[in-house]
Design a protein around this ligand. Structure first.
Ligand code: C2E
Ligand code: MG
Ligand code: MG
Length: 561
């Protein structure tokens, strides 16, 4: 029996059909199936999905469903293989989870089934095995009696096929802070709420729609589109809210709605879109209903792309550092902050705000930060013995880094590797990261300082615990956040606070850098208030390393001539 060893295969709409052709030379049958909808599928020449017959078993469907390898593979994300017997024949089946990036960039998960038809197996053994594989998939949720996810997928598909002229809506619903219901009122009340909500949704659907409990506290609904749907839904939301009357907890439910424009796309993708809409209003007290739109899809696709291509892009050198000068009151460039930029192969530059947050959420930021720190260390070592040798570089540390990296020892190792003194590498740690006491970051700061690194508190004034933080953390530099600065221009109260912060920092033996200086007026004001180091567009935007070097050369020429 040929085997495919990789747990998950990834294809694009262009590569999947040639790959299937190759596999057809190795197996009696190679095909794609959507195990949730129980249908054969294929990818058309223009990269869209096409659905084949329902229940894709090559042999008696009833006998296969209960133990369907693809169903198991799809739910465990693992490759499954087994030998099945039916009607005196042997079937050697492998199911491999597959992800296909379609022409519209949607990533679609399904299964590749690879089957060899074995020898005929006559006799008693066959009927015994046949009986063992006999069974059925439960399509209903035990607790609430409405459909479960599998039942929902199958029945929604049938409904849409029976009524091709109707436009349907797929709704995804989630109870806000449901965990609290169990902990405040006990499990019985929790179950009561789930059962009542199921009944409310079933009534809302009437005879023409379908309701399902698709997770612990999530529900899905399919109904024909009507003009008054929001109004009708709001009535049901009020009903849900009144299930618990307590001063300490307000029961609330949110709905994301996807209008099914193309009924041929998989139900799982329709539900994902309803869920995307739901995510935009999670926790919102004023808004209970959100409709899916293309911007949401674009955002999610962007997120998926950032995450899935990240390692390759990092390896291929798409992330580079730009330098933003830090300038003294005398106008001398003392060093620069390293700010990461993602440059696409076609030259387009993506700013950090479009990917740092995504990488932080998906635990990939530490890899990027280590890479940036190394670029900085490498640059400092390249500058040794040149006219730039007095410059320092300042790098950013994300709050997440403390969980994944030994920040101090990683920095130290880089300084050793590139033979640079630690005082040339400044370390910017945001106020929010420092405020999180669960991390060992205070020890990290002490260690960094002991080794000679300059530690800076970044974005001071943005967080909520600025002052108490200063009591406990002995950093070397305080970077005052530009937002704070902007609000304070021509503002007497703002100036008083700024002056106090600058004075306080000095008394705590900290240097102050004002970042985000955009105008001469701001510079003058800050200088009068006692600040001596600046960073901001007034001096320069973050620029490529070569441009930064030019800038320093020019400043020498200007100062000497
Ligand atoms: P940050 O560390 O506070 O960096 C300063 C940000 O303010 C930079 O934005 C810079 O371009 C911008 N800026 C500087 N001067 C001015 C000004 O005069 N006016 C205005 N409006 N903005 C100014 P950028 O480069 O987009 O970076 C944004 C944030 O992304 C950074 O804020 C930092 O938190 C994060 N970041 C950048 N590079 C890295 C990195 O390598 N690792 C990590 N973890 N975060 C990074
Ligand atoms: Mg910074
Ligand atoms: Mg900052």
């Amino acid at each position: 029996m040929e085997t495919i060893t990789k747990q998950m295969l990834e294809y694009t709409w262009k590569s999947v059909n040639p790959a299937l052709d190759t596999m057809r030379n190795m197996f009696d049958l190679a095909r794609l199936v959507d195990a949730e909808e129980c249908r054969e599928i294929s990818v058309s020449e223009n990269g869209a999905l096409q659905f084949g017959r329902a229940c894709y078993a090559v042999w008696n469907a009833d006998h296969r469903c209960a133990n369907c390898t693809s169903y198991q593979s799809c739910h465990t994300h693992q490759r499954k293989s087994r030998v099945e017997y039916f009607d005196g024949k042997e079937y050697q089946i492998q199911s491999v989870p597959v992800q296909i990036t379609l022409a519209d960039e949607t990533v679609y998960s399904c299964n590749l089934e690879l089957i060899n038809f074995g020898e005929s197996m006559e006799g008693a053994e066959t009927s015994k095995n046949t009986r063992e594989t006999t069974g059925y998939i439960s399509t209903h949720d035990k607790m609430t009696g409405i459909l479960n996810w599998d039942g929902f997928c199958k029945q929604v598909r049938s409904l849409m096929m029976e009524h091709p002229s109707k436009t349907y809506l797929i709704l995804s619903a989630n109870i806000q802070n449901f965990k609290l219901v169990n902990s405040l009122f006990g499990r019985n009340i929790g179950e009561y709420v789930l059962i009542e909500i199921s009944d409310i949704l079933k009534e809302f659907c009437g005879a023409e729609g379908l309701a399902a409990r698709t997770g612990g506290d999530t529900f899905s609904v399919c109904i024909p589109k009507t003009e008054d749907v929001e109004k009708r839904l709001m009535t049901r939301i009020s009903q849900v809210r009144s299930l618990i009357e307590s001063p300490s907890y307000h029961l609330n439910i949110h709905f994301g709605i996807y209008e099914v424009v193309d009924p041929n796309i998989p139900i799982s993708i329709m539900s994902d879109r309803a869920y995307m809409a739901l995510q935009t209003i999670r926790g919102n007290r004023e808004k209970n209903i959100a409709w899916f739109n293309e911007v949401m899809l674009k955002n999610v696709l962007h997120e998926q792309k950032v995450i899935s291509d990240f390692e390759n892009n990092l390896r291929s050198g798409q992330f580079v550092i730009y330098l933003q000068p830090q300038v003294s009151a005398q106008g001398k460039i003392e060093g620069a902050e390293c700010l990461v930029r993602w440059i696409l192969p076609e030259g387009k530059m993506i700013p950090p705000l479009e990917f740092i947050g995504i990488l932080e959420q998906s635990d990939l930021i530490a890899a990027l930060d280590k890479y940036v720190w190394e670029l900085a260390a490498k640059q400092l070592s390249l500058w040794k013995g040149t006219e730039y040798q007095d410059m320092y570089l300042s790098v950013n540390v994300s709050p997440q880094d403390f969980y994944y990296v030994d920040v101090a020892n990683t920095m130290l190792a880089l300084c050793k590797q590139y033979d640079i003194p630690p005082k040339k590498l400044h370390v910017e740690i945001t106020e929010t990261a420092l405020a999180d006491e669960t991390q060992n970051n205070r020890q990290t700061i002490e260690l960094l300082q002991k080794e000679g690194f300059i530690v800076e508190i970044d974005d001071f004034g943005k967080g909520s615990s600025s002052l108490s933080l200063l009591k406990d953390i002995k950093a070397d530099v305080l970077k005052i956040d530009m937002g704070f600065l902007r609000q304070s221009e021509n503002n007497v109260r703002g100036n008083i606070i700024l002056e106090m912060v600058i004075d306080m920092a000095k008394r705590l033996n900290m240097e102050v850098i004002s970042e985000g200086v955009e105008t001469e007026g701001q510079l003058k004001n800050l200088t009068e208030l006692g600040c001596h180091m600046f960073q901001g567009y007034y001096f320069s935007k973050p620029i490529p390393v070569a441009a930064f070097e030019e800038m320093i050369k020019d400043s020498y020429v200007n100062n000497n001539g």
